[in-house]
Design a protein around this ligand. Structure first.
Ligand code: MN
Length: 283
């Protein structure tokens, strides 16, 4: 059964960190999550004023953050002593687990900085596991040509392209998350199988696309939540389209969020706040 475009979450301009301008789709409010996904932001500006203040030291607990840099240069530093430079095409996959304190600071003073940050929830059993962080340079992320033109970059999980298996660097997540970046020339189609019951959404960052049999349209800067089904069909419309395909197994647990802490109960949130005050959130 083909997946259809069921709901559009329009990107909304907002600011976060020390005043970084972002476009937020998922996560604008508690009703615009899509289990297991909590939030999706696009940051993109050629004006340094919009990003230069960055995200000074702040905590996270209970989920994962995935940063995919299209263009620019950002430095991550955390309490474990990790230092990571994110540049064009690089990905950072950070599992906050029981707690991480980090900063994300632009290292450029001019020019375009553009990318995405996705928040992926963790099941209760993994919310308090040790923090883990991984930088994945662009060169380690496979990009495969699609049979009819265009390409697919496989960041998480696996894609099947022209009879070949293309495995991304991130594998084995409990949520079985898929994270692909697909580029399609004008008029071209992309077809791929997906696990039937996983929640899947698309985010268009260039051009516009038509989804499924009824060809409902999704335009740049917006997220489309798809119906359930085992087949994905997307067509690029009048210009080249670029979009993210993000899919995962729903966790189906209660969510209580307080800013950068995402847990299952109010008590656990109070504990996170207390631990942060006591300096024991991340150690
Ligand atoms: Mn952060």
């Amino acid at each position: 059964m083909q997946r259809q475009l069921q709901q559009i979450v329009q990107g909304r301009e907002t600011s976060d960190g020390a005043g970084v301008r972002i476009k937020r789709t998922l996560g604008q409010n508690p009703y615009s999550r899509f289990d297991p996904f909590l939030m999706l932001d696009e940051f993109g500006s050629s004006s340094a004023d919009d990003y230069i203040a960055g995200f000074p030291a702040h905590p996270h607990r209970g989920f994962e953050t995935v940063t995919y840099m299209l263009q620019g240069h950002m430095l991550h530093e955390d309490h474990m002593g990790n230092k990571g430079h994110l540049r064009d095409g690089d990905v950072q996959w950070m599992t906050a687990g029981r707690g991480i304190i980090h900063s994300e600071m632009p290292q450029q003073e001019h020019g375009l900085m553009r990318g995405f940050q996705l928040w992926l929830n963790l099941p209760a059993a993994e919310k308090m596991k040790p923090a883990h962080y991984r930088d994945i340079p662009s060169a380690e992320i496979p990009v495969a040509d699609l049979p009819n033109g265009g390409c697919i970059k496989v960041i998480a999980n696996t894609a099947f392209v022209g009879g070949k298996v293309v495995s991304g660097p991130i594998q084995g997540l409990t949520t079985e998350a898929i994270y692909w970046d697909v580029h399609l020339p004008a008029g071209n189609e992309f077809h791929h199988a997906l696990p039937e019951d996983h929640n899947t959404f698309l985010y268009v960052y260039e051009g516009e696309i038509a989804i499924g049999e009824d060809k409902r349209k999704l335009t740049k800067g917006n997220t489309g939540l798809l119906s359930k089904g085992d087949q994905l069909s997307v067509q690029a419309l009048d210009t080249e389209a670029r979009f993210l395909v993000i899919s995962g197994k729903p966790i189906k647990e209660p969510i209580v969020q307080y800013g950068p802490f995402v847990m299952n109960s109010t008590e656990e949130i109070e504990q996170a706040i207390q631990d942060y005050r006591d300096g024991t959130l991340a150690e």
